[in-house]
Ligand binder design. Structure first.
Ligand code: HEM
Length: 502
């Protein structure tokens, strides 16, 4: 009799708990876009696969252009066409300009004062000022400045020599390209490039690459359950990677900033670090306390963001360019013809040649479209609750614009699966970029390095093509342009090329 009574009590309690959980879920998710359920604790993260952008496109056939799912404990809103991405990132650009406050992003932005800083991972007023300052500074010291242009051409010259050293034998182009791109970002940040054999630079490069891997994991469920870091690092290496990338970056950056402080000359801005120190001094000189946007910790994190943001993205884009060239010899012929018409064979291609080389630029754009290198940009959140296309978006939801949905949309591009650089040229052969071409994202968190990156991609690519024809390692087994894997950036499967001197 007593047992029956206890069992009855237990059954009623379980039912009440179930009803309470369901009511709570209903309240929390009222008005939120529909979506797949996923598993308890893990959410849908476990089902996204190696290329989440493809899986999400597939789901959009069932759930529509805007839907939701859980990534661990975190609600994520997926935007799956141009109109929804534009409505959020442009139509409500302030509201959707937040970054994630998840464990990984907070830890990466953490400085010695125990707070998060910097242009990439932070949001709010300090971010706005940091962004304004960075855009202005990149205009001042970027590729329009002849000294920056010359230093980057020198770096490209070294890259061409590395290609030539292989004398037509197969090699993987990614590492030498990455060194070149990292050094281009170093020219902006520190006014100089580093010797590719310098062990400190090699270590810095490793720290930067590790940083990209860590950022990619912020999307997964690991960042939702920070306590996983206490489990053996063989199972969850994320935590040890964060510590390692932070240690490497901090040491290198600290050394560069110290050297800049020691050699700083008033009125002479060599690079981003000098421009920041100038800003800091102006503020202190005017009798104001150093504003947050000019704190030392901000400088350190901004430098980290610029190098991190400017290395992997450009290197992987150029890696894809090599892959598309191997698979499209007919496009190489057109590129060579255009280059030979406008640039002397023994000269380097310069930024001033850009206006005469629209086909080369069109090829760059078409590779960016087809390779879809940053499939979701960098994880965003909405800073306040809002309504988007009739749905409620709770505060600090993860926002994932799926750019694959734009880049492959047949309503926006004729034959989107075909590699056709000429789609970026108008009837008289002038470069034209439609408003739905968004490799650098959109709105108030779009890439601050866009203009620099476009010129850099043009310079590196056109100079490689001016000097070489690119062929594959084995013409009977060309590398695949469609196989890929995504870890934040979308990568091709590694491959080798032959660089044949023209
Ligand atoms: C092909 C090259 C590049 C691509 C495809 C690219 C793409 C992007 C994308 C998609 C974002 C995220 C935008 C968003 O949240 O909506 C971003 C942010 C950013 N990029 Fe780039 N980027 C490139 C090169 C560069 C370069 C060369 C630099 C620096 C010199 C740079 C610095 C940054 C920074 C600092 C941010 C964070 C901006 C913020 O949060 O306000 N990027 N980039």
């Amino acid at each position: 009799m007593e047992w029956n009574w206890t069992l009855l009590q237990l059954a009623v309690s379980c039912q009440l708990l179930y009803v309470f959980i369901k009511a709570w879920q209903w309240y929390k998710l009222r008005g939120v876009p529909p979506g797949p359920t996923g598993l308890p604790f893990v959410g849908y993260a476990a089902f996204l696969g190696t290329n989440p952008q493809d899986k999400l496109l597939e789901l959009s056939k069932t759930y529509g252009k805007i839907f939701s799912l859980y990534m661990g404990p975190q609600l994520a809103i997926i935007l799956n066409d141009f109109s929804s991405i534009q409505a959020a990132l442009k139509g409500q650009s302030d509201r959707f300009a937040g970054r994630s406050r998840d464990f990984v992003f907070r830890r990466l932005a953490l400085e010695a004062d125990g707070k998060s800083h910097g242009i990439t991972f932070h949001d709010g007023e300090v971010h706005k000022r940091a962004r304004r300052f960075t855009i202005q500074t990149l205009k001042e010291i970027g590729l329009n400045r002849s000294s920056t242009h010359e230093k980057i051409l020198r770096e490209i010259g070294l890259l061409l020599m590395t290609f030539a050293d292989h004398r037509g034998a197969p090699f993987d182009p990614l590492y030498p390209i990455t060194v070149c791109c990292c050094n281009a970002a170093c020219v902006v940040c520190y006014g100089r490039q580093f010797d590719r054999g310098d062990p400190e630079f090699v270590e810095y490069l490793r720290g930067t690459e590790l940083g990209s891997k860590v950022i990619a994991q912020a999307n997964g469920f690991q960042s939702g359950y920070p306590m996983l870091r206490f489990l053996p690092s063989v199972m969850f290496p994320l935590w040890s990677r964060i510590l390692e990338t932070t240690r490497i970056n901090r040491r290198f950056i600290h050394q560069q900033v110290m050297e800049h402080r020691a050699s700083f000359v008033e009125g002479e801005v060599r690079d981003y670090t000098d421009a920041f120190l100038r800003g800091e001094r102006r503020i202190v000189k005017n009798g104001l306390s150093a504003e947050d946007a000019f704190a030392d910790e901000e400088l350190s994190q901004n430098l980290r963001g610029l190098i991190q943001g400017g290395t992997g993205t450009t290197a992987v884009t150029l890696q894809w360019m090599m892959l598309f060239m191997v698979n499209h010899p007919e496009v190489q012929k057109w590129i060579h013809r255009e280059l030979d018409q406008h640039v002397e064979r023994l000269d380097l291609v310069r930024a001033s040649d850009r206006a005469n080389l629209p086909y080369v630029e069109a090829v760059v754009c078409e590779v960016q479209r087809m390779a879809n290198i940053t499939p979701f940009g960098l994880l965003r959140t909405n800073t306040k609750e809002t309504t988007l296309l009739g749905y409620r978006i709770p505060t600090r939801s993860f926002i994932l614009p799926n750019f694959a949905s734009i880049n492959g949309d047949p309503a926006l591009w004729a034959e989107p699966g075909e590699f056709k650089p000429e789609r970026f040229l108008d009837l008289v052969g002038k470069l034209q970029k439609p408003q739905h071409f968004l490799p650098f994202s959109l709105g108030k968190r779009s890439c601050v390095g866009q203009s620099f990156a476009q010129t850099e991609l043009f310079l590196v690519f056109s100079n490689i093509m001016h000097r070489f024809s690119i062929e594959c390692e084995d013409s009977t087994r060309p590398p695949s342009s469609t196989e890929r894997f995504t870890d934040g950036l979308c990568h091709p499967v590694p491959f080798k090329i032959r660089a044949i001197h023209r």
